[in-house]
Design a protein around this ligand. Structure first.
Ligand SMILES: Nc1nc2c(ncn2[C@@H]2O[C@H](COP(=O)(O)OP(=O)(O)OP(=O)(O)O)[C@@H](O)[C@H]2O)c(=O)[nH]1
Ligand SMILES: [Mg+2]
Ligand SMILES: [Zn+2]
Length: 354
């Protein structure tokens, strides 16, 4: 299984394999997804694949279907030019968010990521609240976050230092690197995280320079980038799909399209990890059921008063807690309705067949 190891397969996955499925199928990794067309690889070749009808129809939610980075059971056909995916192997980690817009469901970003680079650009894009949002998503799934501050050629060194200090106050446990793809500054420090057999991904708003960084790492302009329209200070969503790329040294990297809105659901663990000092403070609140909004003896409120905790950070914490709870409730409600609807159809069909 050596060629799979090179793609990141490890004991963790091996110990979770289904013996029957291993006997019936091959193992492969999903390189990219374009609507219902997948590209998968087992090492030597990358092959177009489709889902088996059984996998597609038995899926209860988007999380049951493969995404970029997933390990799958597959059958290869026609001299390995075509394949059918029969199942998803348990995931070590999964990056997902709430689908954009009003719909409440999970959208998968990538699976089996070891390290996530969360990128903000040093010029206009720096936004602590958004950074916290990304960290919640990454922490929730147990992925190691690394914060990258891009385009440092555009601001003075003392400004870079200030931003880095600000980030460290938000995320004291996380490595923060300032870099520039233009000058090449610190690209080597980023490369140190790209280890053979490990899978990393690039996350951040459109235009922060994710694809430019990927090209810098590759040492060639293999992937398309586009200048940020200065007027709106907004990127143009140049990258539109996620693709797993294997680097020369054997590490894997997934570039992702910038996200306009990052909504989280089911992220209580991620929130608590991202805001660990607030959780710790709450243990000193006078009342067990403290809502940290107006109670006397609230350790969080007094920390804010004493300037030990920033109001911004506290507000973002509460906001994300509420949002996650609200989204979970809506999702639960939706699933309940879908189930009822499913039962209705089943009972109608039963009635007909009688
Ligand atoms: N000055 C400067 N500009 C940079 C740097 N890195 C990227 N840029 C520019 O920023 C713009 C956007 O870069 P992209 O790499 O396309 O951004 P992206 O994050 O991949 O954007 P999406 O694919 O839309 O999510 C391009 O014009 C790049 O040339 C940098 O280090 N310094
Ligand atoms: Mg891009
Ligand atoms: Zn409290």
């Amino acid at each position: 299984m050596d060629r799979l190891d090179k793609l990141g397969f490890s004991h963790w996955f091996r110990s979770r394999l289904d013996a029957d499925k291993v006997a019936a199928h091959e193992i492969a990794r999903v390189v990219s997804v374009h609507k219902d067309r997948y590209t998968i690889t087992n090492g030597p070749v990358a092959v177009i694949a489709e889902l088996s009808g059984n996998l597609f129809y038995s899926a209860n939610s988007p999380t049951d279907l493969p995404t970029t980075g997933d390990w799958v059971y597959a059958d290869f056909y026609d001299d390995e030019t075509h394949a059918i995916i029969h199942g998803v192997i348990p995931r070590k980690t999964l990056l997902s968010r709430k689908t954009a817009g009003k719909q409440v469901d999970f959208q998968l970003i990538a699976a089996n990521i070891d390290v996530a680079f969360v990128i903000q650009s040093a010029d206009y894009n720096f936004n602590p609240g958004r950074l916290e949002r990304y960290l919640v998503m990454v922490n929730e799934s147990g992925i190691i976050p690394v914060i990258l501050l891009s385009k440092c050629d555009l601001i003075a060194q003392n400004e870079v230092d200030k931003l880095k200090a600000h980030i460290s106050s938000i995320a004291p446990q996380v490595t923060v690197l300032a870099f520039s793809s233009s000058s090449g500054d610190n690209i080597d420090a980023i490369k140190n995280f790209l280890l053979p057999g490990k899978t990393c991904c690039l996350l951040g708003s459109s235009g922060v320079g994710k694809t430019t960084l990927l090209n810098s790492i590759l040492g060639s302009r293999q992937f398309e980038t586009q200048s940020v329209s200065k007027k709106q200070s907004k990127g143009r969503h140049t990258t539109t799909s996620r693709e797993l790329i294997q680097l020369e040294n054997g590490a894997m990297l997934i570039d992702t399209p910038g996200m306009r809105e990052l909504g989280n659901m089911s992220v209580d663990t991620g929130i608590d990890e991202t805001f660990a000092e607030i959780v710790e403070l709450s243990q000193n609140c006078k009342f067990n059921n403290c809502t940290h909004s107006n109670e006397k003896g609230c350790a969080i409120l007094s920390a804010i008063e004493e300037g030990e905790l920033s109001t911004q950070r506290y507000k973002n914490y509460i906001k994300m807690k509420n949002e996650s709870a609200f989204n979970d409730m809506s999702y639960f409600e939706k699933r309940r309705k879908e189930k009822d609807f499913g039962k209705l159809i089943k009972s109608t069909l039963k009635g007909k067949s009688r």
